[in-house]
Design a protein around this ligand. Sequence first.
Ligand SMILES: C[C@@](CO)(OP(=O)(O)O)[C@H](O)COP(=O)(O)OP(=O)(O)OC[C@H]1O[C@@H](n2ccc(N)nc2=O)[C@H](O)[C@@H]1O
Ligand SMILES: Nc1ncnc2c1ncn2[C@@H]1O[C@H](COP(=O)(O)OP(=O)(O)O)[C@@H](O)[C@H]1O
Length: 281
Amino acid sequence: MAKKISWYPSPAKLNLFLHITGRYENGYHQLQSLFQLLDKSDEIGFDINANSDIKIAEQLSGVPEHENLVYRAAMALKAYAPQRSGCALHIKKCLPIGGGIGGGSSNAATVLVVLNQLWHCNLDTEALAKIGLTLGADVPIFVHGNTAFAEGVGDVLLPTLRPEKWYLVATPNVSISTKEIFTSVDLPRNTPKIDVKTYRFEETHNDCQTLVEKTHKDVANLLRWLLHYAPSRMTGTGASVFAVFDAKENADKVLHLLPDCYAGFVAKGVNRSGLHIALGI
Ligand SMILES: C[C@@](CO)(OP(=O)(O)O)[C@H](O)COP(=O)(O)OP(=O)(O)OC[C@H]1O[C@@H](n2ccc(N)nc2=O)[C@H](O)[C@@H]1O
Ligand SMILES: Nc1ncnc2c1ncn2[C@@H]1O[C@H](COP(=O)(O)OP(=O)(O)O)[C@@H](O)[C@H]1O
């Protein structure tokens, strides 16, 4: 008999803005950002077993199993699970890897939230977010599942209800390491803090963008092209960029014009994660 795999979504995010306001003693950066959740997702499949094995069913190219955030999240949660809790984990990748749209962090959060239920760990959201933070600064936002303003290293979250706009997300074929950006001497690190109550997209920016545009011409060219059509900006530490539209049909029109050398998709900005809606939490 075919094994039953339960599938759950693992949504993407955009950083609608990203200000670096300082640096902690441990080298991590103090941020202000608006994490906008999207209705575009990877899918994570769970096949629970009782022989205590955790394994990834199909490997991601370029990501060794023990470094895969899906595997690492399951291993981190195992300490809180009853004995003999195991799982085979499946990943349907739709989101570009290392694109600044949070795919890996979101995969980790989906594993924490779903296995917490399937393994009956009974941890609350705060406890799961705390475990998530040990895996990556972007994991807590996906554990909480709300579009939110963020401070700290991205872990201090203030949920917000935004108008549900449409986003064209485009990714050049380049890989940008988050660590490399954050260790650059050219990164601005002293943007004054804004009052998020008066947030306006056009009065904010992404502090990583100028640096990435200098080092990656593909990102600079793509942004210049997109700006002809709509307000556009880089997300996270890149390489993906996004353009904002009020109507889906306008985003779709520009997607059809996108040069073949870029991958792209259109997604709706949502206030609640598709994972949390699917789980009814
Ligand atoms: C800056 C953001 C905005 O969303 O970039 P993207 O990764 O999405 O592009 C994220 O917070 C990134 O989060 P995440 O990708 O989970 O980062 P981590 O794995 O925790 O850290 C990767 C590296 O980035 C640096 N780092 C990360 C976050 C932060 N607030 N300050 C840092 O200095 C650290 O040097 C760390 O070694
Ligand atoms: N399940 C996963 N999905 C994507 N990337 C992963 C995963 N597990 C580990 N990684 C590693 O994490 C890095 C960042 O991935 P990702 O979250 O997609 O990008 P970003 O942090 O730029 O938004 C990748 O370069 C990859 O090596």
